[in-house]
Structures are given as structure tokens and as C-alpha cells.
Design a protein around this ligand. Structure first.
Ligand SMILES: [Zn+2]
Length: 390
């Protein structure tokens, strides 16, 4: 696609001119729109849209034990598909063309990715307990390998996604990473989300979580760790040396009162790669990466007493890390006026996404979703959420 009359962000500044994205010579007149790389939601559990708003205001452990885990025992492939379709709709409407997902019934999420026209990196959350999707960790690893060895739907990549150090044994973590290396795919997990997780890990292994993962040989450039809210200086150095990606999930950390704050400036200085994720819609409660940029920046500035940390261009780079697509934002929207600093407007004021271009195909065009019937998806989602939550 050739994008004419574009006002676009080139990674460091706003420029004007012509842009090319994808092999097609079809032309798109972008007058009145700001073109940016489409957002990449680097950590989420898409189908948790089904549980948005349930158990609101509970403490993290109560929320998991009393609401989320019991509800997830009732999941079916069809419910996950409908939850994932609504998630895809929310991603499209808020300018994300790709996401990394950790959830049960990966085949259902893959089906939603195929139908919606966006991209997904999908992994089974490997845990030691029985779920409706698998019996135990061995079974989950078998499932993960079957996905990796099997055919890949369009725009879907599979990854290996052990849930966390507290839900996986050492043996399972090592086998999971071996599987990721065998198939040359990403390895992703939650790490250092809460102080309890870190203290328990240190008590049991004599190491903090990232040191522990390093001792097991799990850290490399294909390792993507979400949260990192409680990291020591030594762990920050390790993450940089190993070239790992750390996904900042500021809204989820604050909403669930995890307490720690990802040491963003230190990770950046250490050479770690950074990305941005919303986490699931039941702990955020949104999948909107544009909002997440603002929340992350404000959290960092407030926490550090330093208005210079987490500037708007850095947040946009984190929010679009790895993006191959284009999103367009309405320059006439009141939040984008005046145009002194369009990136500051985008991050702190927000804006309206009008179009989303994936592989030469608009999945959102002039505000209309082109790949599926939005009304049907919402209707089927409402039925599914009612069925799941009674
Ligand atoms: Zn998560």
C-alpha cells in the first residue's frame, strides 16, 4: 500500500511525505490523519474480556482464588473464541494490530486472529494444575508441542508460555524453554509481579526470580518477561546482558496493587528491550495500548519524582515494538489540537483511531471494521459472558 500525503512518525520525529507498507501499489490518501506503527499489545490474556468487571476491587489473591480460577474451570473452546473475538475488536478499535497472548484453548484464539485479520503470538499458559484445557503440566507441554509442530494459521505464531515460577516446577520451566529453543520461538512468562512471588522464590531457591531463571539457563533474546515490577539491580543487569524483553504492564500492576514499579530507566540503561502490555481485560480493565502509554509514563514520572523519565516518544516506541503495520489517528479530533507536539498529544491526550492497515489490507477503514460483523460479535460475546458468569 502506498500511503499518500502522510503525516507520520518515523520513530524519532513527525515527518511528512509518502509511506509504503506492504507490496501492493494500491494508494491510500492519508490527508488529515497521523500515521504511526500499529500498537503491539505485548502481554495479554485476550479471552479474559469475558470476565471484565468481575471481582472488581478484590485483593489479588482473593480475586484469583475466588473469582478468576473457579470461573476459568468452566471455560470451553467456544466461550474462549467469543471472548477472543471481542478482544480482537477492542484491539482493532484502539489501534493494535498484534498481541502476545497466554490463554487456554489456543486454537480458539487462533481462529479469532484469523477471522479478525490481525496478528497474534499465542501460547498455552503452562501450569501444574488441572484446567478444562489440559490435565497437568506434562499434558500442557504436549499440547504446546503439538501447536508448534502443526500447521500455523495465517498471521499466527505460537510461543511457549509457562505461567510463572510459582505455578511451574523447575523441571517444567527447563523443559518449556527447551521446547521453545527446539522450534525457535518466543518463551514468555510472568515474572516478579508481586513481592510475595519474589520473597517465596528467594526462600525456596536462594535466588531472586530473574537470577533463578538465569541459573536455569532460560534467559536469552527470545525470552519475554511480563511485569518485572520487583527487580533488584543485579536482575536488571542480567536482563540487559541476556537481551531479554521486559513487558511493562502499569495499569494491571496498579489495579491489583502489586506495589512495585518496573525500573524502566535502569532497564533501558542496561540494554534490556522494553515493550508495553495491558495484561488481561479483567485486571486493567481495557486492552487499549494508547491509554497504557499514558498510564505507564505517569506512573514512572510520579514514582521517580522526575518529569524527564518515560517521555512520550519512548512510550510510543515501547507500545509499537516489533510492529509491522500502520494505524491512523484522526488529526481533526479535538484531543490532537493544536499540533505543537503530536506525539505528546497522542500519548497524554489520546486520539481516535480511524484506520488500521495489516498486510496491505484495512481491518479498520474510516471507522468501520471490515473483517467481521461487529454487531454479531458483540451479541455472541454477551451470550457467552452470561453463560460463563451465570
Ligand atoms: Zn498476565
Amino acid at each position: 500500500m502506498i500511503v499518500k500525503n502522510a503525516t507520520f512518525w518515523d520513530g524519532t520525529k513527525v515527518a511528512r511525505g509518502e509511506l509504503r507498507n506492504g507490496p501492493s501499489d494500491e494508494e491510500f490518501d492519508a490527508t488529515g490523519r497521523l500515521a504511526i506503527p500499529a500498537f503491539n499489545n505485548a502481554h495479554t490474556h485476550l479471552a479474559m474480556t469475558l470476565m471484565r468487571g468481575t471481582g472488581d476491587g478484590l485483593k489479588l489473591q482473593d480475586w484469583l482464588d475466588r473469582v478468576i480460577f473457579p470461573t476459568e474451570q468452566r471455560l470451553t473452546p467456544e466461550l474462549v473464541y467469543r471472548g477472543a473475538m471481542l478482544g480482537c475488536l477492542e484491539l482493532i478499535r484502539t489501534g493494535s494490530s498484534s498481541f502476545t497472548d497466554m490463554y487456554y484453548f489456543v486454537e480458539s484464539v487462533a481462529r479469532a486472529v484469523e477471522e479478525s485479520g490481525i496478528r497474534g503470538v499465542l501460547g498455552t499458559p503452562i501450569t501444574g494444575f488441572r484446567t478444562p484445557y489440559y490435565r497437568d503440566a506434562d499434558d500442557a507441554l504436549r499440547l504446546a508441542e503439538r501447536q508448534l509442530a502443526g500447521p500455523r494459521p495465517a498471521r499466527v505464531e505460537f510461543c511457549v508460555a509457562p505461567h510463572s515460577i510459582y505455578l511451574c516446577t523447575e523441571d517444567v520451566l527447563v523443559r518449556a524453554k527447551a521446547l521453545a529453543r527446539k522450534y525457535h520461538v518466543k518463551f514468555t512468562m510472568h515474572v516478579s509481579e508481586t513481592r510475595k512471588e519474589c520473597v517465596d522464590c528467594h526462600r525456596q531457591t536462594g535466588k531472586w526470580p530473574v537470577e533463578y531463571l538465569d541459573r536455569l539457563g532460560l534467559l536469552d533474546a527470545d525470552t519475554v518477561l511480563s511485569h518485572g515490577a520487583w527487580l533488584t539491580k543485579m536482575e536488571v543487569r542480567l536482563l540487559g546482558e541476556r537481551g531479554c524483553t521486559v513487558v511493562h504492564c502499569p495499569a494491571s500492576n496498579m489495579k491489583l496493587a502489586s506495589g512495585g514499579v518496573m525500573p524502566l530507566p535502569e532497564l533501558l540503561a542496561a540494554g534490556a528491550r522494553l515493550a508495553l502490555g495491558t495484561d488481561g481485560a479483567s485486571s486493567n480493565n481495557s486492552l487499549d495500548v494508547m491509554r497504557e502509554m499514558k498510564i505507564g509514563s505517569l506512573l514512572q514520572k510520579s514514582h521517580r519524582w522526575d518529569a524527564t523519565v518515560a517521555p512520550a516518544p519512548l512510550m510510543l516506541r515501547m507500545a509499537t515494538a516489533g510492529s509491522r503495520d500502520l494505524a491512523f489517528v484522526d488529526l481533526d479530533d479535538v484531543r490532537m489540537l493544536p499540533c505543537h507536539d503530536l506525539i505528546a498529544n497522542l500519548v497524554y491526550s489520546g486520539g481516535a483511531v480511524t484506520d488500521l492497515l495489516v498486510d496491505d489490507r484495512f481491518v479498520l477503514r474510516a471507522g468501520e471494521v471490515t473483517t467481521f460483523d461487529e454487531a454479531r460479535v458483540k451479541r455472541e460475546f454477551a451470550e457467552a459472558a452470561a453463560e460463563l458468569l451465570g
